[in-house]
Design a protein around this ligand. Structure first.
Ligand SMILES: [Zn+2]
Length: 270
Protein backbone atom coordinates (compact mmCIF):
# COMPACT_ATOMS: atom_id res chain seq x y z
CA UNK A 1 0.00 0.00 0.00
CA UNK A 2 1.53 3.33 -0.95
CA UNK A 3 2.34 5.57 1.98
CA UNK A 4 3.01 9.30 2.00
CA UNK A 5 6.35 9.26 0.09
CA UNK A 6 4.93 7.07 -2.67
CA UNK A 7 1.84 9.26 -3.05
CA UNK A 8 4.03 12.38 -3.04
CA UNK A 9 6.19 10.79 -5.76
CA UNK A 10 3.13 10.10 -7.89
CA UNK A 11 1.74 13.60 -7.34
CA UNK A 12 5.03 15.27 -8.30
CA UNK A 13 5.38 13.08 -11.39
CA UNK A 14 1.82 13.82 -12.46
CA UNK A 15 2.29 17.52 -11.85
CA UNK A 16 5.24 17.56 -14.25
CA UNK A 17 3.52 15.36 -16.84
CA UNK A 18 0.03 16.86 -16.81
CA UNK A 19 0.36 20.57 -16.05
CA UNK A 20 -0.96 22.55 -19.01
CA UNK A 21 -2.45 19.51 -20.74
CA UNK A 22 -6.07 19.58 -21.88
CA UNK A 23 -8.68 16.82 -21.57
CA UNK A 24 -10.02 15.57 -24.89
CA UNK A 25 -11.98 12.56 -23.74
CA UNK A 26 -12.81 10.40 -20.75
CA UNK A 27 -13.37 6.66 -20.62
CA UNK A 28 -14.41 4.80 -17.47
CA UNK A 29 -13.97 1.11 -18.21
CA UNK A 30 -14.85 -0.36 -14.81
CA UNK A 31 -18.54 -0.69 -13.79
CA UNK A 32 -17.44 0.11 -10.22
CA UNK A 33 -16.62 3.65 -11.44
CA UNK A 34 -19.83 4.27 -13.37
CA UNK A 35 -21.26 6.45 -10.58
CA UNK A 36 -18.67 9.10 -11.42
CA UNK A 37 -19.78 11.83 -13.75
CA UNK A 38 -16.61 13.13 -15.32
CA UNK A 39 -18.23 14.79 -18.33
CA UNK A 40 -17.61 18.25 -16.90
CA UNK A 41 -13.88 17.59 -17.23
CA UNK A 42 -14.06 17.33 -20.98
CA UNK A 43 -12.22 20.28 -22.48
CA UNK A 44 -10.82 21.27 -19.06
CA UNK A 45 -7.20 22.32 -18.66
CA UNK A 46 -5.09 20.54 -16.06
CA UNK A 47 -3.56 22.89 -13.52
CA UNK A 48 -1.31 20.27 -11.96
CA UNK A 49 -1.45 17.63 -9.26
CA UNK A 50 -0.66 17.48 -5.58
CA UNK A 51 -0.82 15.15 -2.65
CA UNK A 52 -3.64 15.48 -0.12
CA UNK A 53 -2.89 13.07 2.74
CA UNK A 54 -2.64 9.66 1.10
CA UNK A 55 -4.50 10.72 -2.01
CA UNK A 56 -3.48 12.43 -5.20
CA UNK A 57 -5.58 15.40 -6.31
CA UNK A 58 -5.46 16.24 -10.01
CA UNK A 59 -6.55 19.84 -10.47
CA UNK A 60 -8.76 20.79 -13.43
CA UNK A 61 -9.72 24.25 -14.51
CA UNK A 62 -13.28 24.17 -15.89
CA UNK A 63 -15.66 26.98 -16.95
CA UNK A 64 -17.44 26.44 -13.61
CA UNK A 65 -14.31 26.67 -11.49
CA UNK A 66 -11.68 24.27 -10.23
CA UNK A 67 -12.46 20.59 -9.96
CA UNK A 68 -10.33 17.99 -8.21
CA UNK A 69 -10.09 14.35 -9.13
CA UNK A 70 -9.07 12.59 -5.93
CA UNK A 71 -7.35 9.28 -6.47
CA UNK A 72 -6.65 6.75 -3.75
CA UNK A 73 -4.35 4.08 -5.14
CA UNK A 74 -4.95 1.51 -2.36
CA UNK A 75 -3.34 -1.87 -3.03
CA UNK A 76 -2.42 -2.03 -6.69
CA UNK A 77 -3.53 1.23 -8.29
CA UNK A 78 -1.08 2.97 -10.60
CA UNK A 79 -1.51 6.27 -12.44
CA UNK A 80 0.49 6.17 -15.63
CA UNK A 81 1.16 8.98 -18.02
CA UNK A 82 1.59 7.60 -21.49
CA UNK A 83 3.02 10.12 -23.98
CA UNK A 84 1.67 8.12 -26.95
CA UNK A 85 -1.56 7.03 -25.24
CA UNK A 86 -0.58 3.36 -25.34
CA UNK A 87 -0.24 0.99 -22.39
CA UNK A 88 3.23 -0.33 -21.51
CA UNK A 89 3.70 -3.92 -22.65
CA UNK A 90 3.88 -5.35 -19.12
CA UNK A 91 0.44 -3.98 -18.23
CA UNK A 92 -2.53 -5.97 -19.58
CA UNK A 93 -5.26 -3.73 -21.02
CA UNK A 94 -7.97 -5.53 -19.05
CA UNK A 95 -6.70 -3.89 -15.86
CA UNK A 96 -7.17 -0.32 -17.11
CA UNK A 97 -10.09 1.10 -15.16
CA UNK A 98 -10.09 4.55 -16.66
CA UNK A 99 -8.40 6.69 -19.24
CA UNK A 100 -8.19 10.44 -19.77
CA UNK A 101 -7.29 11.24 -23.35
CA UNK A 102 -5.26 14.44 -23.42
CA UNK A 103 -4.16 16.84 -26.13
CA UNK A 104 -0.84 15.06 -25.83
CA UNK A 105 -0.82 11.45 -24.60
CA UNK A 106 -3.14 9.93 -22.01
CA UNK A 107 -3.45 9.36 -18.29
CA UNK A 108 -4.25 5.74 -17.44
CA UNK A 109 -5.62 4.39 -14.18
CA UNK A 110 -4.31 0.86 -14.04
CA UNK A 111 -5.47 -1.24 -11.08
CA UNK A 112 -5.55 -5.08 -11.22
CA UNK A 113 -7.27 -5.57 -7.86
CA UNK A 114 -9.64 -2.62 -8.28
CA UNK A 115 -9.53 -1.35 -4.69
CA UNK A 116 -8.45 2.13 -5.78
CA UNK A 117 -11.03 4.91 -5.64
CA UNK A 118 -11.78 8.02 -7.68
CA UNK A 119 -13.84 10.99 -6.51
CA UNK A 120 -14.57 14.29 -8.19
CA UNK A 121 -14.97 17.23 -5.80
CA UNK A 122 -15.13 20.99 -6.15
CA UNK A 123 -13.12 21.77 -3.06
CA UNK A 124 -10.54 19.93 -1.01
CA UNK A 125 -11.78 20.87 2.44
CA UNK A 126 -13.46 17.54 3.11
CA UNK A 127 -10.47 15.63 1.75
CA UNK A 128 -8.18 17.52 4.12
CA UNK A 129 -10.06 16.97 7.32
CA UNK A 130 -7.81 14.10 8.36
CA UNK A 131 -4.83 14.42 10.64
CA UNK A 132 -1.85 16.72 10.39
CA UNK A 133 0.39 16.25 7.39
CA UNK A 134 3.72 15.04 8.81
CA UNK A 135 5.68 17.15 6.32
CA UNK A 136 3.81 20.35 7.08
CA UNK A 137 5.22 23.03 9.36
CA UNK A 138 2.30 22.33 11.63
CA UNK A 139 3.97 19.17 12.89
CA UNK A 140 6.25 20.24 15.73
CA UNK A 141 7.14 18.47 18.95
CA UNK A 142 4.56 20.43 20.92
CA UNK A 143 1.88 19.84 18.28
CA UNK A 144 2.70 16.12 18.40
CA UNK A 145 2.32 16.08 22.19
CA UNK A 146 -0.99 17.90 21.79
CA UNK A 147 -2.22 15.38 19.22
CA UNK A 148 -1.22 12.48 21.46
CA UNK A 149 -2.93 13.97 24.49
CA UNK A 150 -3.53 11.24 27.04
CA UNK A 151 -3.54 8.36 24.55
CA UNK A 152 -1.98 5.24 26.02
CA UNK A 153 -1.96 3.49 22.64
CA UNK A 154 1.36 1.83 21.79
CA UNK A 155 3.33 4.36 19.77
CA UNK A 156 3.55 2.27 16.62
CA UNK A 157 -0.24 1.96 16.48
CA UNK A 158 -0.71 5.60 17.34
CA UNK A 159 1.54 6.63 14.43
CA UNK A 160 -0.79 4.78 12.04
CA UNK A 161 -3.83 6.81 13.11
CA UNK A 162 -4.83 8.77 10.05
CA UNK A 163 -7.04 11.08 12.14
CA UNK A 164 -3.89 12.25 13.97
CA UNK A 165 -1.07 12.11 11.40
CA UNK A 166 -2.14 11.63 7.79
CA UNK A 167 -0.14 9.41 5.52
CA UNK A 168 2.07 7.25 7.73
CA UNK A 169 1.77 3.50 7.21
CA UNK A 170 3.38 0.33 8.41
CA UNK A 171 6.76 0.65 6.69
CA UNK A 172 7.58 4.19 7.73
CA UNK A 173 6.18 3.86 11.26
CA UNK A 174 8.68 1.06 11.97
CA UNK A 175 11.54 2.94 10.31
CA UNK A 176 10.80 6.19 12.16
CA UNK A 177 10.73 4.53 15.59
CA UNK A 178 14.00 2.74 14.88
CA UNK A 179 15.57 6.01 13.77
CA UNK A 180 14.68 7.87 16.96
CA UNK A 181 15.38 4.81 19.13
CA UNK A 182 11.97 4.61 20.74
CA UNK A 183 10.21 1.30 21.41
CA UNK A 184 7.01 0.71 19.40
CA UNK A 185 5.38 -0.59 22.58
CA UNK A 186 5.71 2.59 24.61
CA UNK A 187 2.40 4.25 25.50
CA UNK A 188 2.16 7.31 23.27
CA UNK A 189 1.44 9.67 26.16
CA UNK A 190 4.66 8.58 27.92
CA UNK A 191 6.95 10.32 25.43
CA UNK A 192 9.28 12.86 27.01
CA UNK A 193 9.53 16.27 25.34
CA UNK A 194 12.97 15.51 23.85
CA UNK A 195 11.73 12.16 22.55
CA UNK A 196 8.78 13.84 20.88
CA UNK A 197 11.22 16.28 19.28
CA UNK A 198 13.41 13.40 18.05
CA UNK A 199 10.38 11.58 16.68
CA UNK A 200 9.31 14.63 14.67
CA UNK A 201 12.84 15.05 13.27
CA UNK A 202 13.05 11.35 12.29
CA UNK A 203 9.59 11.44 10.71
CA UNK A 204 10.38 14.37 8.46
CA UNK A 205 13.89 13.15 7.60
CA UNK A 206 12.79 9.64 6.62
CA UNK A 207 9.81 10.80 4.60
CA UNK A 208 11.92 13.38 2.75
CA UNK A 209 14.67 10.88 2.04
CA UNK A 210 12.16 8.38 0.68
CA UNK A 211 10.62 11.05 -1.55
CA UNK A 212 14.10 11.84 -2.90
CA UNK A 213 14.40 8.17 -3.84
CA UNK A 214 10.90 8.02 -5.34
CA UNK A 215 9.41 5.93 -2.54
CA UNK A 216 9.56 2.25 -1.66
CA UNK A 217 8.54 -0.41 -4.14
CA UNK A 218 7.88 -3.96 -3.01
CA UNK A 219 5.69 -5.18 -5.83
CA UNK A 220 3.06 -2.79 -7.09
CA UNK A 221 4.10 0.78 -6.53
CA UNK A 222 5.28 2.65 -9.61
CA UNK A 223 5.61 6.29 -10.47
CA UNK A 224 3.79 7.89 -13.38
CA UNK A 225 6.43 6.68 -15.82
CA UNK A 226 6.05 3.08 -14.64
CA UNK A 227 9.34 3.12 -12.72
CA UNK A 228 9.88 1.55 -9.30
CA UNK A 229 10.99 3.54 -6.24
CA UNK A 230 14.39 2.82 -4.75
CA UNK A 231 14.04 3.60 -1.05
CA UNK A 232 13.82 -0.14 -0.32
CA UNK A 233 17.60 -0.33 -0.06
CA UNK A 234 17.64 2.27 2.71
CA UNK A 235 15.23 0.42 5.01
CA UNK A 236 16.84 -0.41 8.36
CA UNK A 237 14.32 -2.73 10.05
CA UNK A 238 11.21 -3.22 7.93
CA UNK A 239 11.06 -6.83 6.69
CA UNK A 240 14.46 -7.62 8.23
CA UNK A 241 13.55 -10.11 10.97
CA UNK A 242 16.65 -11.82 12.37
CA UNK A 243 19.11 -9.59 10.55
CA UNK A 244 21.54 -7.53 12.63
CA UNK A 245 20.43 -4.07 13.68
CA UNK A 246 22.52 -1.59 11.66
CA UNK A 247 23.13 0.41 14.84
CA UNK A 248 23.87 -2.15 17.58
CA UNK A 249 24.04 -5.55 15.88
CA UNK A 250 21.26 -7.23 17.88
CA UNK A 251 18.75 -9.28 15.86
CA UNK A 252 15.79 -7.34 14.45
CA UNK A 253 12.51 -8.55 15.93
CA UNK A 254 9.16 -8.93 14.30
CA UNK A 255 6.12 -8.42 16.48
CA UNK A 256 2.42 -8.26 15.68
CA UNK A 257 0.62 -5.11 16.78
CA UNK A 258 -2.96 -4.47 15.74
CA UNK A 259 -2.74 -7.45 13.35
CA UNK A 260 0.18 -5.92 11.48
CA UNK A 261 3.91 -6.52 11.66
CA UNK A 262 6.17 -4.18 13.54
CA UNK A 263 9.92 -4.52 13.03
CA UNK A 264 12.25 -3.17 15.66
CA UNK A 265 15.41 -3.60 17.71
CA UNK A 266 14.62 -4.39 21.34
CA UNK A 267 18.22 -3.61 22.26
CA UNK A 268 18.53 0.01 21.16
CA UNK A 269 14.89 1.12 21.00
CA UNK A 270 13.80 1.80 24.53
ZN1 LIG B 1 19.78 -1.98 17.69
Amino acid sequence: VPELPEVETVARGLDRALRGRCVRGIELLDPKLQHLDLRQLKGAAIDGARRVGKRVAIVFSTPRGERYLLVHLRMTGVLLYSPNGLLPEDKPAKHIRGRLRLDRGALLFYDPRRFGTLDLVDDLTAAREQGVDPLSRELTASRLAQLIGVSKQPLKLWLLRQDKLAGLGNIYASEILWDCQVSPNRPACGLAAEEAAALVISTKAILRKSIRHAGTTFSDFHNVNGEAGSFLRFLKVYGKTGQPCPRCGAAIQRQVQGQRSTFWCSQCQT
